[in-house]
Design a protein around this ligand. Structure first.
Ligand code: RRO
Length: 310
Protein backbone atom coordinates (compact mmCIF):
# COMPACT_ATOMS: atom_id res chain seq x y z
CA UNK A 1 0.00 0.00 0.00
CA UNK A 2 1.36 3.41 -0.99
CA UNK A 3 0.97 5.95 1.79
CA UNK A 4 1.40 9.73 1.92
CA UNK A 5 1.23 9.85 5.69
CA UNK A 6 3.71 12.01 7.57
CA UNK A 7 4.70 13.32 10.99
CA UNK A 8 5.30 16.91 12.12
CA UNK A 9 6.48 17.58 15.67
CA UNK A 10 5.76 13.90 16.43
CA UNK A 11 2.09 14.22 15.49
CA UNK A 12 0.89 11.84 12.79
CA UNK A 13 -1.07 12.92 9.73
CA UNK A 14 -2.76 10.52 7.28
CA UNK A 15 -1.83 12.76 4.38
CA UNK A 16 1.11 15.16 3.89
CA UNK A 17 -1.06 17.63 1.93
CA UNK A 18 -2.95 20.52 3.57
CA UNK A 19 -3.96 24.14 2.91
CA UNK A 20 -1.60 27.09 3.09
CA UNK A 21 -2.58 29.72 5.66
CA UNK A 22 -4.83 32.35 4.13
CA UNK A 23 -6.73 30.08 1.77
CA UNK A 24 -10.10 28.57 2.76
CA UNK A 25 -9.41 29.04 6.46
CA UNK A 26 -11.04 32.36 7.40
CA UNK A 27 -14.00 30.94 9.35
CA UNK A 28 -15.52 27.68 10.63
CA UNK A 29 -17.44 27.05 7.39
CA UNK A 30 -14.30 27.22 5.29
CA UNK A 31 -12.26 25.18 7.78
CA UNK A 32 -14.97 22.50 7.94
CA UNK A 33 -14.60 22.04 4.17
CA UNK A 34 -10.93 21.21 4.62
CA UNK A 35 -11.70 19.06 7.67
CA UNK A 36 -14.00 16.89 5.54
CA UNK A 37 -11.65 16.73 2.53
CA UNK A 38 -8.66 14.55 1.66
CA UNK A 39 -6.29 17.06 3.34
CA UNK A 40 -4.24 15.68 6.24
CA UNK A 41 -5.04 18.68 8.44
CA UNK A 42 -5.55 22.44 8.17
CA UNK A 43 -3.97 25.69 9.29
CA UNK A 44 -6.16 28.62 10.32
CA UNK A 45 -5.90 32.11 8.78
CA UNK A 46 -3.15 34.02 10.57
CA UNK A 47 -4.83 35.49 13.62
CA UNK A 48 -4.09 38.78 15.37
CA UNK A 49 -5.12 39.78 18.88
CA UNK A 50 -8.15 41.71 17.63
CA UNK A 51 -10.24 40.95 14.53
CA UNK A 52 -9.16 42.85 11.39
CA UNK A 53 -11.05 43.84 8.26
CA UNK A 54 -7.90 43.88 6.15
CA UNK A 55 -7.16 46.03 3.09
CA UNK A 56 -9.72 47.50 0.65
CA UNK A 57 -11.00 45.32 -2.23
CA UNK A 58 -10.18 44.16 -4.83
CA UNK A 59 -7.33 42.58 -2.87
CA UNK A 60 -6.91 39.13 -4.50
CA UNK A 61 -6.60 38.29 -8.19
CA UNK A 62 -6.01 34.98 -10.00
CA UNK A 63 -3.99 34.88 -13.23
CA UNK A 64 -3.15 32.03 -15.61
CA UNK A 65 0.14 31.40 -13.80
CA UNK A 66 -0.82 32.14 -10.22
CA UNK A 67 -2.17 34.89 -8.03
CA UNK A 68 -1.47 38.23 -6.41
CA UNK A 69 -2.90 39.31 -3.06
CA UNK A 70 -2.77 42.15 -0.62
CA UNK A 71 -5.39 40.95 1.85
CA UNK A 72 -3.84 42.84 4.78
CA UNK A 73 -4.39 40.16 7.41
CA UNK A 74 -8.20 40.06 7.53
CA UNK A 75 -9.14 37.65 10.32
CA UNK A 76 -11.74 37.02 13.00
CA UNK A 77 -9.31 37.45 15.88
CA UNK A 78 -7.35 35.10 18.11
CA UNK A 79 -10.27 34.03 20.34
CA UNK A 80 -12.43 32.91 17.40
CA UNK A 81 -9.82 30.48 16.08
CA UNK A 82 -8.73 29.25 19.52
CA UNK A 83 -12.35 28.55 20.51
CA UNK A 84 -12.91 26.60 17.27
CA UNK A 85 -9.71 24.59 17.70
CA UNK A 86 -10.68 23.68 21.29
CA UNK A 87 -14.22 22.79 20.15
CA UNK A 88 -12.81 20.51 17.43
CA UNK A 89 -10.79 18.63 20.00
CA UNK A 90 -14.08 17.24 21.36
CA UNK A 91 -15.29 15.91 18.01
CA UNK A 92 -11.87 14.99 16.55
CA UNK A 93 -9.74 14.09 19.59
CA UNK A 94 -7.16 12.17 17.55
CA UNK A 95 -6.49 14.87 14.96
CA UNK A 96 -3.93 17.68 15.13
CA UNK A 97 -4.38 21.12 13.59
CA UNK A 98 -2.17 24.15 12.99
CA UNK A 99 -2.88 27.57 14.53
CA UNK A 100 -1.31 30.49 12.61
CA UNK A 101 -0.62 33.69 14.53
CA UNK A 102 1.19 36.99 14.52
CA UNK A 103 0.86 40.17 16.53
CA UNK A 104 0.72 43.67 15.07
CA UNK A 105 3.66 44.39 17.41
CA UNK A 106 6.22 42.24 19.23
CA UNK A 107 4.24 42.81 22.42
CA UNK A 108 1.07 41.52 20.77
CA UNK A 109 2.93 38.46 19.49
CA UNK A 110 4.04 37.66 23.05
CA UNK A 111 0.50 38.20 24.34
CA UNK A 112 -0.84 35.77 21.71
CA UNK A 113 1.78 33.10 22.35
CA UNK A 114 1.40 33.36 26.13
CA UNK A 115 -2.33 32.83 25.68
CA UNK A 116 -1.63 29.72 23.55
CA UNK A 117 0.82 28.48 26.16
CA UNK A 118 -1.74 28.91 28.94
CA UNK A 119 -4.64 27.41 26.94
CA UNK A 120 -5.61 23.77 26.44
CA UNK A 121 -4.59 23.97 22.77
CA UNK A 122 -2.43 20.92 22.12
CA UNK A 123 -1.82 21.26 18.38
CA UNK A 124 0.93 23.01 16.46
CA UNK A 125 1.46 26.78 16.37
CA UNK A 126 2.78 28.51 13.25
CA UNK A 127 4.16 32.00 13.81
CA UNK A 128 3.85 34.02 10.62
CA UNK A 129 7.07 36.01 10.22
CA UNK A 130 6.39 36.89 6.59
CA UNK A 131 3.18 38.80 5.93
CA UNK A 132 4.08 41.10 3.02
CA UNK A 133 0.92 43.18 2.95
CA UNK A 134 0.48 45.37 6.00
CA UNK A 135 1.43 48.92 4.94
CA UNK A 136 4.35 50.19 7.00
CA UNK A 137 5.17 46.77 8.54
CA UNK A 138 8.14 44.99 6.95
CA UNK A 139 8.30 41.20 6.79
CA UNK A 140 9.82 40.27 10.16
CA UNK A 141 11.98 37.42 8.89
CA UNK A 142 13.90 39.74 6.52
CA UNK A 143 15.31 41.34 9.70
CA UNK A 144 17.31 38.54 11.29
CA UNK A 145 18.35 40.57 14.34
CA UNK A 146 14.73 41.25 15.23
CA UNK A 147 13.84 37.62 14.47
CA UNK A 148 16.56 36.29 16.78
CA UNK A 149 15.50 38.58 19.63
CA UNK A 150 11.83 37.66 19.12
CA UNK A 151 12.56 33.91 19.13
CA UNK A 152 14.84 34.24 22.17
CA UNK A 153 12.07 35.94 24.12
CA UNK A 154 9.40 33.51 22.86
CA UNK A 155 11.24 30.34 23.82
CA UNK A 156 11.80 31.63 27.36
CA UNK A 157 8.12 30.86 28.07
CA UNK A 158 6.70 28.98 25.06
CA UNK A 159 7.03 25.22 25.48
CA UNK A 160 4.51 23.86 22.94
CA UNK A 161 5.39 22.84 19.35
CA UNK A 162 6.15 25.99 17.34
CA UNK A 163 7.19 26.59 13.75
CA UNK A 164 7.69 29.72 11.65
CA UNK A 165 6.36 30.76 8.25
CA UNK A 166 9.16 32.29 6.22
CA UNK A 167 9.35 34.61 3.27
CA UNK A 168 11.48 33.46 0.33
CA UNK A 169 15.19 34.28 0.55
CA UNK A 170 17.14 34.78 -2.66
CA UNK A 171 20.82 34.63 -1.75
CA UNK A 172 22.86 31.69 -0.52
CA UNK A 173 24.49 33.90 2.14
CA UNK A 174 21.05 34.81 3.43
CA UNK A 175 20.18 31.10 3.68
CA UNK A 176 23.36 30.60 5.74
CA UNK A 177 22.60 33.56 8.01
CA UNK A 178 18.92 32.68 8.50
CA UNK A 179 19.67 28.99 9.17
CA UNK A 180 22.34 29.93 11.73
CA UNK A 181 19.68 31.91 13.64
CA UNK A 182 16.94 29.24 13.38
CA UNK A 183 19.34 26.47 14.49
CA UNK A 184 19.69 28.22 17.88
CA UNK A 185 16.08 27.43 18.76
CA UNK A 186 13.88 24.37 19.46
CA UNK A 187 11.68 25.09 16.43
CA UNK A 188 9.52 22.20 15.23
CA UNK A 189 9.55 23.36 11.62
CA UNK A 190 10.10 26.16 9.15
CA UNK A 191 7.50 26.67 6.43
CA UNK A 192 8.99 27.78 3.08
CA UNK A 193 7.61 29.94 1.50
CA UNK A 194 5.05 32.68 1.96
CA UNK A 195 4.14 34.61 -1.20
CA UNK A 196 6.95 36.46 -3.00
CA UNK A 197 6.35 39.92 -1.61
CA UNK A 198 5.44 43.03 -3.53
CA UNK A 199 5.04 42.00 -7.14
CA UNK A 200 2.83 43.83 -9.65
CA UNK A 201 0.43 42.25 -12.14
CA UNK A 202 -0.97 44.39 -14.94
CA UNK A 203 -4.08 43.91 -17.09
CA UNK A 204 -5.30 46.58 -19.55
CA UNK A 205 -2.57 49.00 -18.42
CA UNK A 206 -3.89 48.79 -14.85
CA UNK A 207 -2.83 47.06 -11.69
CA UNK A 208 -5.31 44.33 -10.65
CA UNK A 209 -5.57 44.95 -6.90
CA UNK A 210 -6.34 48.16 -5.04
CA UNK A 211 -4.14 48.22 -1.90
CA UNK A 212 -0.64 49.71 -2.11
CA UNK A 213 -1.28 50.81 -5.72
CA UNK A 214 -1.15 47.23 -6.94
CA UNK A 215 1.85 45.79 -5.06
CA UNK A 216 1.06 42.36 -3.60
CA UNK A 217 2.31 38.89 -2.73
CA UNK A 218 2.75 36.51 -5.67
CA UNK A 219 1.74 32.85 -5.44
CA UNK A 220 1.15 29.87 -7.73
CA UNK A 221 3.17 28.60 -10.65
CA UNK A 222 5.36 31.73 -10.67
CA UNK A 223 6.92 30.82 -7.33
CA UNK A 224 7.70 27.08 -7.54
CA UNK A 225 11.44 27.33 -8.36
CA UNK A 226 11.93 29.84 -5.53
CA UNK A 227 9.90 27.69 -3.14
CA UNK A 228 11.82 24.50 -4.02
CA UNK A 229 15.14 26.32 -3.56
CA UNK A 230 14.10 27.59 -0.12
CA UNK A 231 12.87 24.16 0.98
CA UNK A 232 16.10 22.54 -0.13
CA UNK A 233 18.43 25.26 1.16
CA UNK A 234 16.93 24.96 4.65
CA UNK A 235 16.81 21.16 4.45
CA UNK A 236 20.57 21.25 3.82
CA UNK A 237 21.29 23.73 6.63
CA UNK A 238 18.89 23.09 9.52
CA UNK A 239 19.43 20.58 12.32
CA UNK A 240 17.35 17.41 11.74
CA UNK A 241 14.91 18.25 14.56
CA UNK A 242 13.66 21.25 12.53
CA UNK A 243 11.41 19.86 9.83
CA UNK A 244 10.46 21.64 6.60
CA UNK A 245 6.97 22.38 5.33
CA UNK A 246 6.95 23.15 1.60
CA UNK A 247 4.58 25.75 0.20
CA UNK A 248 4.55 27.43 -3.19
CA UNK A 249 3.61 26.48 -6.71
CA UNK A 250 2.01 23.12 -6.03
CA UNK A 251 -0.49 22.53 -8.84
CA UNK A 252 -0.01 18.79 -9.30
CA UNK A 253 1.22 15.61 -7.68
CA UNK A 254 4.50 16.11 -9.47
CA UNK A 255 4.97 19.52 -7.79
CA UNK A 256 4.25 17.95 -4.38
CA UNK A 257 6.73 15.15 -5.19
CA UNK A 258 9.40 17.74 -6.01
CA UNK A 259 8.83 19.62 -2.73
CA UNK A 260 9.27 16.35 -0.80
CA UNK A 261 12.34 15.46 -2.86
CA UNK A 262 13.77 18.84 -1.77
CA UNK A 263 13.13 17.93 1.87
CA UNK A 264 9.53 18.82 2.74
CA UNK A 265 7.77 16.64 5.33
CA UNK A 266 4.40 18.30 4.62
CA UNK A 267 3.21 20.37 1.65
CA UNK A 268 0.69 23.19 1.56
CA UNK A 269 -1.59 24.28 -1.24
CA UNK A 270 -2.50 27.97 -1.57
CA UNK A 271 -3.33 29.43 -4.98
CA UNK A 272 -4.40 26.08 -6.46
CA UNK A 273 -6.80 25.52 -3.56
CA UNK A 274 -8.23 29.00 -4.12
CA UNK A 275 -8.73 28.29 -7.83
CA UNK A 276 -9.98 24.71 -7.62
CA UNK A 277 -11.51 24.18 -4.17
CA UNK A 278 -11.04 21.16 -1.91
CA UNK A 279 -11.11 18.66 -4.80
CA UNK A 280 -7.48 19.81 -5.33
CA UNK A 281 -6.52 17.76 -2.24
CA UNK A 282 -7.82 14.43 -3.57
CA UNK A 283 -6.55 15.10 -7.10
CA UNK A 284 -3.02 16.07 -6.01
CA UNK A 285 -2.90 13.17 -3.52
CA UNK A 286 -3.81 10.60 -6.17
CA UNK A 287 -1.35 12.13 -8.65
CA UNK A 288 1.39 11.97 -5.98
CA UNK A 289 0.53 8.36 -5.14
CA UNK A 290 0.62 7.41 -8.82
CA UNK A 291 4.14 8.85 -9.17
CA UNK A 292 5.24 7.02 -6.00
CA UNK A 293 3.78 3.73 -7.26
CA UNK A 294 5.55 4.06 -10.63
CA UNK A 295 8.85 4.65 -8.80
CA UNK A 296 8.24 1.91 -6.23
CA UNK A 297 8.13 4.27 -3.20
CA UNK A 298 5.73 3.13 -0.47
CA UNK A 299 6.25 6.09 1.88
CA UNK A 300 7.44 9.68 1.53
CA UNK A 301 10.44 8.90 3.78
CA UNK A 302 11.89 6.82 0.94
CA UNK A 303 12.52 9.91 -1.23
CA UNK A 304 12.28 12.88 1.17
CA UNK A 305 15.31 15.16 0.74
CA UNK A 306 16.90 12.77 -1.77
CA UNK A 307 17.27 15.30 -4.56
CA UNK A 308 20.02 14.20 -6.94
CA UNK A 309 22.78 16.54 -8.17
CA UNK A 310 24.76 16.54 -11.42
O1 RRO B 1 -3.29 38.63 4.74
C1 RRO B 1 -2.40 38.80 3.89
O2 RRO B 1 -2.33 39.81 3.17
C2 RRO B 1 -1.32 37.82 3.69
C3 RRO B 1 -0.60 37.26 4.71
BR1 RRO B 1 -0.98 37.56 6.50
C4 RRO B 1 0.49 36.41 4.41
O3 RRO B 1 1.20 35.89 5.29
N1 RRO B 1 0.78 36.19 3.12
C5 RRO B 1 0.06 36.73 2.12
O4 RRO B 1 0.35 36.50 0.93
N2 RRO B 1 -0.99 37.55 2.41
Amino acid sequence: MTSTKTKIANFEFDNCIMNAAGVLCYDKDELAKILNSAAGTFVTKTATLEPREGNPEPRYHDTRLGSINSMGLPNLGFDYYLDYLLELKKTHPKRTFFFSLVGMSQNDTHTLLRKVQESNFDGITELNLSCPNVPGKPQIAYDLETTEKLLTDIFSYFKKPLGIKLPPYFDLVHFDQAAAVFNKFPLSFVNCVNSIGNGIIIEDEKVVIKPKNGFGGIGGEYVKPTALANVHAFYQRLKPSIQIIGTGGILSGRDAFEHILCGASMVQIGTTLHKEGVSAFSRITSELKEIMEKKGYKSIEEFKGKLKYL
